[in-house]
Design a binder for this molecule. Structure first.
Ligand SMILES: O=C(O)C1=C[C@@H](OP(=O)(O)O)[C@@H](O)[C@H](O)C1
Ligand SMILES: C=C(OP(=O)(O)O)C(=O)O
Length: 746
């Protein structure tokens, strides 16, 4: 908005009102930013310190000049201020506020005005501080923070747009929520922690030993109680303004605390460790999710306040050498949690992938009441609850970026006795789910999707499933696995036939857990009603992660790299076959079977590559490796043609388009086909900037390209690399890539 004709009046020049005025004034987007406060001093200070353009000492006169009136007074003062506004002709003036509870404001407005004015846009910036008053105001208080607007169905769209754009001018990200939902969410995430902090400090301060306590109070006390220094009046108002939701939150907390107290009384170590482990990983999991990506993306498609656009900066040239153990296999890690949770007994998993995708699955099962210890150095211990032991999670299960988690879990969740909703980030929310929903409905499941068969999946529990035979229309291991997992609970036999070879980790692992699986040619089936027995799982290094370094070593002269303990399950080795057809020098040693999965050490040495027509039957065997194989193709002499790979268009991004665009941006002749690509290779990559579209494999593929580049390659939006390959930059740099990360670039 650059509407210089707008006059804004801020009523209440405390921390929030003062900062809002200061940010708007600094941006020079309004004709005038005026300020009123019942303490005249505050108005004078706001003028002296340049927070506002002009002072307002007469409320009625100020209101009559304003187009937008921002109510930034303490919550319990809101009704009185609204009453004063009643006396002024408001015409089409937009009114908004910053109160922490929206229900009470809306109710006051309804009582005073008869109905809530269409020009009232309730708002709440999530950016406070334990400091208060006009002197604490800061021009950048809202920068990068979230503001939640809670308009009513009849709120004027122009008014919403205007308020939204003012907040955006202050640097905030704006989300929209329903009033009641806002109050419930804030009661849990903000109000409850504040009341606990006040109560803890008050309790300790009243203790006879208080001197000693405060003298020796260490980091834990400091961290937990910082917010107890907040403005008492404000929090008094919030307690009363959001009383019902706050009481519910306090009750939930008291119940949890009582559980912990009992565990301590009974010396119930498993219970205690369960609580601590769940909390500690949930904290880490959510911190990493919230710091970098979509938070409640289903509520709004805007990006979050914390969305950090990581950019990889790859310097040109170099080679790769030495030894590199890449992280654990993602497919096996997901499945180990799912089957371990449903097994009877304790399953120990080693080599677990501590990437965000697998951690999302782990967190989801914790949310369903499964005690899971770790990961500690790749080890996870799952205390299985048996086939019918999962509990209803407290809310939707958030699966981040992980398609595998959502598709496989939809099969399991369809068969539970409780309702559950599966959600994901922006990328996952755009991926097709009808491929699993359709056959699950045939089995008797009750599932609703969003428009076009997209997530969230709302799954109704208590359905009786019956086995079916299903011919998969696409060669998808996720669809096949989903049906086999649902089949564990279905009456009779569930059988599948895929139109090509798909990864078979589910069958192998089911057998490892003692569940009979019949494999007859391309037909795979299970009968429902059996049980899983806990086992030990050794997760091999992920061949899909190793693939980046196989290509790296193949394209950079002088390279010689050893990748130990990589999974070489024959349903995953398409990348080895394709690279060998292109002339790569790859040798395998130390081949063995660990926990039902074949592994080997893979040595790759530089060799000149040639373009090939990629045999179509290899497509499902290398489905995740094409981004980096396109980089190999660009370095190979001649033309490489891929067809029959339309599935690449519905991965974390449209991988055909994303790679073709990126290759072209780096000067490579790449033509996107509906189901593949033609790459004319043989010349180095030019310097340039490419978009990864938040897709981990696109980001890592272009990092590898830098080895053959003439200048710096900048790769945008790389935070999702952590979904499948934690520590990629460190490990890649260790073997020779010249890679660094630029923080926030926008
Ligand atoms: O079953 C699995 O673990 C996976 C199957 C593949 O997906 P599709 O089944 O969609 O091909 C693959 O792309 C994904 O990364 C993991
Ligand atoms: C497609 C992928 O994963 P998912 O489907 O689990 O998101 C991948 O890792 O390349």
């Amino acid at each position: 908005m650059k509407d210089k004709s707008i006059n804004v009046l801020v009523l209440g020049l405390g921390l929030i009102g003062g900062s809002f005025a200061a940010a708007l004034k600094a941006k020079r987007v309004c004709n005038e930013v005026a300020g009123f406060d019942r303490h005249r001093d505050s108005v004078d200070i706001a003028v002296e310190t340049g927070l506002i353009d002009s002072p307002c000492y007469d409320l009625q006169e100020g209101v009559s000049r304003a187009d937008v009136i921002m109510l930034a007074v303490p919550m319990l003062a809101m009704p009185a201020v609204l009453r004063q506004l009643l006396a002024v002709p408001l015409e089409d003036k937009v009114i908004t506020d910053v109160g922490s509870c929206k229900g009470s404001l809306v109710e006051s407005a309804r009582q005073l005005f008869g109905e809530v004015p269409a020009s009232l846009v309730p708002g709440h910036p999530i950016a406070g501080s334990e400091k208060s008053g006009v002197t604490a105001a800061q021009v950048d208080l809202f920068k990068g923070h979230k503001v939640i607007l809670t308009p009513l169905p009849h709120t004027n769209a122009h008014a919403i747009g205007l308020v939204k754009s003012l907040w955006q001018q202050c640097g905030a990200h704006v989300d929209t929520m329903a009033v009641a939902h806002h109050d419930e969410v804030l009661a849990l995430t903000s109000h409850l922690p504040h009341f606990l902090a006040f109560s803890l400090v008050d309790t300790l301060a009243g203790n006879r030993e208080n001197q000693e306590i405060f003298r020796y109070a260490a980091g834990g006390f400091r961290d937990f109680t910082r917010i107890a220094g907040s403005d008492p009046t404000m929090w008094h108002d919030i307690a009363l303004g959001n009383r019902d939701a706050v009481l519910q939150a306090l009750d939930r907390f008291t119940e949890g605390l009582e559980g912990l107290r009992n565990a301590i009384i009974n010396k119930d170590s498993q219970r205690m460790l369960g609580i601590f482990e769940r909390a500690s990983t949930a904290r880490r999991h959510f911190t990493s999710l919230l710091e970098r990506r979509a938070y409640m993306t289903t509520l709004s498609d805007s990006k979050t306040m914390n969305e950090v656009q990581q950019t990889f900066v790859a310097q040109p040239g170099g080679k790769v050498s030495g030894e590199l153990r890449v992280p654990g296999d993602k497919s096996v890690s997901h499945r180990s949690i799912m089957l371990g949770a449903l097994a009877e007994g304790e399953t120990v998993v080693d080599g677990f992938l501590e990437g965000e995708d697998a951690m999302a699955t782990l967190q989801a099962f914790r949310d369903m009441g499964v005690d899971i210890e770790g990961p500690h150095d790749g080890r996870v211990t799952i205390h299985g609850v048996g086939m019918h032991g999962l509990q209803q999670p407290p809310g939707p299960l958030y699966l981040g970026n992980a398609g595998t988690a959502m598709r496989l879990m939809s099969g399991l969740m369809a068969a539970q006795s409780f309702d559950v909703t599966l959600t994901g980030d922006t990328s996952l929310s755009g991926r097709p789910m009808n491929r699993v929903v359709k056959p699950l409905l045939e089995m008797g499941a009750a599932i609703e999707t969003s428009e076009g068969g997209r997530p969230p999946l709302v799954i109704k529990g208590g359905q009786k499933l019956s086995g079916i035979h299903y011919d998969l229309p696409v060669a998808s291991a996720q669809v096949q696995s989903c049906l086999l997992l649902a089949g564990l609970y279905a009456e009779g036999e569930t059988s599948t036939v895929a139109p090509g070879i798909v990864r078979d980790h589910t069958n192998r692992m089911l057998s490892g857990f003692g569940y009979p699986v019949a494999v007859d040619g391309d037909r795979v089936s299970v009968c429902g009603g059996g049980k899983l027995t806990a086992t030990k799982i050794d997760v091999p290094a992920d061949i899909s992660s190793a693939a980046f370094f196989m290509v790296a070593a193949s394209i950079a002269e002088g390279s010689d790299l050893l990748l130990p303990h990589v999974g070489i399950n024959p349903t995953r080795t398409g990348v080895l076959d394709i690279l060998r057809l292109m002339g790569a020098d790859i040798s395998l040693s130390n081949e063995k079977l660990v926990g039902g999965e074949p592994v080997a050490d893979i040595r790759v040495r530089y060799a000149p590559l040639k373009g090939i027509e990629i045999p179509e039957h290899l497509v499902p065997l290398a489905i995740d490796e094409f981004p980096v194989l396109f980089v190999a193709a660009a370095c190979a002499g001649g033309e490489t043609i891929l067809r029959g790979a339309e599935e690449l268009r519905v991965k974390e991004s449209d991988r055909i388009q994303a790679m073709a665009d990126g290759l072209q941006a780096l000067g490579i002749d790449a033509e996107a086909l509906p189901d593949g690509m033609i790459v004319k290779g043989g010349k180095p990559f030019a310097a340039g900037t490419v978009e990864s579209h938040g897709d981990h494999r696109i980001a890592m593929a272009f990092a590898v390209a830098s080895l053959q580049a003439q200048g710096v390659i900048r790769i945008k939006d790389c935070a999702n690399v952590a979904t499948s390959f934690p520590n990629f930059v460190r490990l890649a740099s260790h073997v020779g890539l010249k890679l660094s990360v630029e923080g926030q670039d926008e």
